[in-house]
Design a binder for this molecule. Structure first.
Ligand code: A2P
Length: 408
């Protein structure tokens, strides 16, 4: 890109290929179809993006939240962006006086600097998260100390609980945050694999309390979204790890999907499959503090095909009912009607409505994209049946950081 003269600047919205996990959320969210992708990168069309910021909050890694000042006449083309392995440095264009820079450009530059572009705020009492401590250029090296299959031997899914120890490297994480893993080797294009993102399944004080370790919940990918055979480079690498193997880890990521910490705060958790990882982390955090009797409720809706396919089924069922209200939705048990989490939300409408009303209750969704619509529709029905107005409540939940959604 050529350097510009002293006038005619714009801010260009870009996606960081180093952090992007290619989850397609931004492309699916963009209302003006400014985002596209090839087999490697997600890119933003300068001429189409209208800075509506709709894509910013849903991005799980923050890769979407990147901005560069460019000359209006020579923005980065789509082809240039497709070829990148990392973002170009911020240019040293001569910006001139404020009067020469349009207000929206100044504002976006400030957003870019703050790195918070429109993301949903965390609950007011969430702890301070650390992010981006380790990058692709300088990853943390973790050692595998555990790799256990969570699903029954007969289950169709191979879901694993993988424990990584960071030794003497500080790697602080909070429940709800994610880490990136760099699979070794090259992709079919001969380039290094991009970062794979996984939610942390352990609480902030470690999978084993006071050990410098974390746990991840990872499903071996053997099919693509259409059901055709496919081998996920990241998940197969992780699921095949042996004790003692070294893994390159980047992050941590995530500043909004965090749990409340104030006494009396309640948590409603709704998940399917490996979307259970953040729910396990939050539940375990609360379990370790249960003796403090800080109050607040835990209500869980968890969907899986069959009980044998439900990660953490055994340990979950051992938790006392007065500690957590567990609602399991099985869709493929032979002796039960097909049930989804949203069916159970309707069935438990009275308690769900009570928690929706409770200003101290925070709601977390994680799992299949299809579940999101179903769950939000169930909330609407529950509201209608219990004297609440979902169209008024939903924006309030957002404004008060009480609704957090991570679907894929
Ligand atoms: P299904 O039997 O219809 O696939 P998976 O095992 O693929 O990770 O899915 C976890 C659970 O989520 C399964 O029980 C699956 O049911 C269920 N599920 C699939 N689609 C939806 C949806 N739109 N809403 C809620 N649950 C869903």
């Amino acid at each position: 890109m050529a350097a510009a003269a002293s006038v005619g600047y714009a801010v260009q919205h870009l996606i960081d290929p180093e952090i992007c996990i290619r989850c397609n959320t931004c492309e699916a969210t963009c209302p003006v179809k400014a985002i596209t992708h090839d087999s490697r990168n997600y890119v933003v069309d300068f001429n189409t993006c209208n800075f509506c910021n709709a894509c910013i909050a849903p991005c799980p890694t923050g890769a979407i939240d990147n901005w560069r000042q460019v000359a209006k006449t020579t923005p980065f083309s789509l082809d240039e962006q497709f070829s990148w392995d990392s973002l170009p440095p911020q240019s040293d264009l001569e910006v001139g006086s404020d009067a020469e820079v349009p207000a929206e450009v100044r504002q976006l530059t400030e957003i870019a600097t703050a790195g918070q572009g429109g993301a949903v705020a965390p609950p007011w009492s969430a702890a301070h998260p650390y992010v981006n401590l380790y990058s692709v250029d300088r990853p943390a090296i973790a050692t595998v100390t555990g790799n256990f299959r969570l699903t029954d031997d007969g289950a169709s899914a191979d879901v694993r609980h993988i424990v990584l120890d960071f030794g003497s490297s500080a790697f602080p994480v909070l429940e709800g945050q994610s880490v990136g893993v760099l699979p070794p080797g090259l992709d079919p294009n001969g380039k290094p694999h991009h970062v794979r993102l996984y939610s942390v399944a352990s609480p902030r004080d470690g999978e084993r309390p006071r050990y410098n370790n974390i746990a991840l919940t990872i499903k071996r990918v053997t099919q693509d979204h259409q059901g055709s055979p496919a081998s996920g480079a990241g998940s197969n690498y992780m699921c095949d790890l042996k004790i003692g193997d070294a893994v390159k880890v980047v992050g941590p990521y995530g500043t909004s999907y965090l749990m409340p910490n104030h006494p009396g705060s309640s948590i409603m958790m709704i998940c399917t499959g490996t979307g259970s990882a953040p729910m396990r982390a939050m539940t375990e955090r609360r379990r370790r503090r249960a003796a403090l009797k800080e109050g607040g409720e835990l209500m869980l809706f968890f969907g899986a095909r069959r009980k044998e396919e439900l990660p953490y089924f055994g340990p979950l069922m051992k938790l006392p009912r007065e500690f957590i209200d567990i609602n399991l939705a099985f869709s493929r048990e032979t002796d039960q009607p097909k049930t989804y989490v949203q069916d159970l939300i309707r069935a438990r409408g009275k308690d769900v409505a009570r928690l929706l009303r409770d200003e101290s209750c925070y709601i977390y969704l994680c799992g299949l994209k299809g579940m999101e619509t179903g769950v939000l529709e169930a909330f609407r029905d529950v509201c209608r049946d219990h004297g609440l107005d979902w169209d008024r409540l939903k924006p309030e939940l957002h404004a008060k950081s009480r609704l957090h959604i991570e679907t894929y």
